[in-house]
Ligand binder design. Structure first.
Ligand SMILES: O=C(O)c1cc(=O)[nH]c(=O)n1[C@@H]1O[C@H](COP(=O)(O)O)[C@@H](O)[C@H]1O
Length: 279
């Protein structure tokens, strides 16, 4: 990831083929339309950024044809040297979560990507098989910790009353669990267990203090919420403090909505802004 960041910066282009976007791009709201959309976004992103994040839901709505479309988009991204984050928000236990891991992070799997988003509602520990697989394959996992949607605050700000994490918010316990794994793995730079921290949030109200970077194993942060949801790239350092070097600045609609003819320029603009914000 450091190499990607140093060569291409921290911007990630979201690939979210909403029905209305397909219409605006002159494409049908079908699997073929979502495929063409994804492949055009990949072509525009190639060479400008290091990361793309397809939102799997927009492909899944077309069933098996949607998955074939997604496989082709992912193949294009790989061929273009882009790292891929599948936004699947999976979560389960035991051998079931292990199977999800193999589906997305397994070497040679049809849907193989470089990282996935996961949900810790069944406990961070339930995701251990995916963390193990990610470490073995050199891939990444982003655990939802403080998400950008307003409905999440009640649950994610809730304070734990029992066990080792008593007194911490749920969001903080997820963040700390990721940090512990990155430090434990001996990573001297950016670790493989990341968290999702929405850029629209006041993270202090989630019990999170990001002012100082850890001395071992920086936890990477997937940061959606820029652009359409209102967060500003120029605020990167204010939002993520000592962790700013490991933040993936993710945007979908705000870049995609400019249309196929102008998306390349929109991406280029954001890369410059994020570079300036990172300092
Ligand atoms: O995991 C995510 O990527 C995610 C987490 C979060 O807290 N908020 C959030 O918006 N997302 C995703 O990031 C994308 C945001 O899209 P835009 O709001 O169009 O930039 C969508 O695919 C969301 O599902």
């Amino acid at each position: 990831m450091e190499k990607t960041f140093s060569v291409h910066g921290q911007v990630c282009v979201g690939i979210d083929p909403h029905a209305w976007l397909l219409t605006e791009w002159g494409l049908p709201d079908t699997a073929a339309g979502a495929e063409a959309f994804g492949r055009q976004v990949v072509a525009a992103a190639a060479g400008q950024v290091g990361l793309v994040k397809p939102q799997v839901a927009f492909y899944e709505r077309f069933g098996s044809a949607g998955y074939v479309a997604l496989e082709r988009v992912l193949a294009d991204a790989r061929a273009a040297g882009l790292l891929t984050i599948a936004d699947v928000k999976r979560g389960d236990l035991g051998t079931s979560v292990e199977a999800y891991g193999q589906a997305w992070l397994g070497e040679g799997a049809p849907l193989e990507v470089d990282a996935i988003t996961v949900n810790a509602y069944m406990g961070v520990g339930s995701l251990e098989p995916v963390f193990t697989l990610a470490a073995e394959t050199g891939k990444g996992v982003f655990v939802l910790a403080a998400t950008s949607n307003p409905e999440a605050a009640e649950l994610q700000r809730a304070v734990i009353t029992e066990g080792e994490q008593a007194g911490q918010t749920v969001a903080r316990s997820v963040f700390d669990a990721a940090g512990e794994r990155n430090a434990r793995s001996g990573a001297s730079s950016i670790g493989s267990v990341g968290v999702v921290l929405g850029a629209t949030l006041d993270l202090a109200t989630f019990g999170l203090d990001l002012s100082k970077a850890p001395t071992r194993g920086l936890t990477p942060i997937l940061a959606p919420g820029f652009g359409h949801q209102g967060a500003k790239v120029a605020e990167l350092r204010n939002l993520y403090g000592g962790y700013a070097q490991g933040v993936i600045v993710s945007e979908s609609r705000s870049m995609l909505a400019v249309g196929p003819d102008r998306i390349k320029q929109a991406i280029a603009r954001r890369v410059v802004e994020a570079g300036a914000a990172r300092g």
